[in-house]
Design a protein around this ligand. Structure first.
Ligand code: ATP
Length: 311
């Protein structure tokens, strides 16, 4: 059975179409990645699935029931980890989780048990009596997750849960996602970090300008980029503008630069590495390392849209 089935979903804000007639299905046990640049329409889609926003058109079914007519069932089946933290600073960690679990209908001994279980799950068992204002950003994000899982939903939606946190908390959150999945939850995970999506998702939809422009496993998606290669060149020092000097060279589709690292998106069939290096050295650049990258999701995105995910 599909845990989520979305058909022709659309959201307009005035004349602006933020989500444009998208359809996709998520099966039981999947970690489904929703990958797109800022403003692609990820949060708008998620807010409609959570009934926080009214769609302009289309249908959303959770476990084969329409969320419009079966709103109580939909609410109980869903756990949402919102992008903006939804926790109360003046309530303890325990009170926060217990409050949200109570909203989902848990009471008495079960409420206490599930609250403790959820806090332990995110590694905050010993912080039950602490207030979130004393927490690091990563701990707050973990508390946010505990609030969403205490009622044991079938489907958990995480909207960019790793934005702005330290690498250790990030790894903790990614490990929690895997553990939740192993315990039987289906997960939708949105991110604009390609590496995260590549690492944990069983299937991925790439979203751009409100549309799904590609969908499949990582292997299926990367197999579509056969005609391009990515060359990454690390310079010893950079003055800026080095990438610009490479545009126009044979085969170079796009050259971008972040500090002393240049990334060149190029036709695979053109043997242009020597010319690229020569052009850089003509400008007195000293080269530290050169690497040709295996196809990845960033290359899929760039090939389909002509832009980097984080342009
Ligand atoms: N309430 C609103 N009124 C008008 N425009 C909106 C509203 N909410 C979102 N938008 C616009 O819809 C588009 C999609 O936004 P959305 O937040 O869904 O993107 P996103 O993919 O989640 O990006 P981000 O990673 O920045 O959250 C953006 O252009 C945004 O400015």
């Amino acid at each position: 059975m599909n845990v989520l089935d979305i058909r022709g979903l659309t959201k307009k804000f005035g004349d602006f179409v933020a989500v444009d007639n998208i359809s996709f299905k998520v099966g039981e046990g999947e970690i489904f990645g929703f990958l797109g640049a800022n403003g692609a329409g990820k949060s708008t889609t998620i807010n409609m699935i959570c009934s926080l926003l009214q769609p302009s058109g289309g249908e959303i079914r959770i476990l084969d029931r329409d969320i419009k007519t079966q709103s109580r069932f939909a609410k109980q089946s869903l756990g949402i980890v919102p992008q903006d933290l939804a926790i109360y600073e003046d309530m303890t960690a325990y009170e926060n989780v217990s409050f949200f679990a109570g909203l989902y209908g848990l009471r008495g001994g079960q409420l206490k048990e599930r609250t403790e279980e959820a806090l332990a799950f995110v590694g905050l068992g010993d912080k039950a009596k602490s207030f979130p204002k004393t927490f690091s950003g990563g701990m707050k994000r973990r508390l946010n997750i505990a609030c969403a899982i205490a009622h044991k939903p079938k489907l958990i939606i995480m909207d960019e849960p790793t934005v702005g946190i330290d690498p250790q908390s990030r790894n903790y959150i990614l490990a929690s996602v895997r553990k939740l999945n192993e315990s039987g939850c289906t997960i939708i995970y949105t991110s604009h970090y390609m590496e995260e999506v590549e690492e944990i998702c069983s299937r991925i939809a790439i979203v751009d300008h409100g549309k799904i422009i590609a969908e499949g496993t990582k292997e299926q998606l990367t197999a579509t980029v056969t005609d391009v290669k990515d060359i990454v060149i690390e310079l010893k020092t950079a003055t800026g503008g080095e990438a610009e000097r490479l545009t126009g060279l044979p085969g170079v589709r796009k050259a971008s630069q972040e500090e002393n690292v240049i990334r060149i998106h190029s036709d695979a069939s053109v043997d242009n590495l020597n010319r690229i290096l020569k052009r850089l050295m003509e400008g007195d650049s000293e080269i530290r390392a050169v690497e040709e990258r295996e196809p990845n999701l960033e290359m899929v995105f760039l090939t389909l849209t002509g832009r980097n995910l984080r342009d």
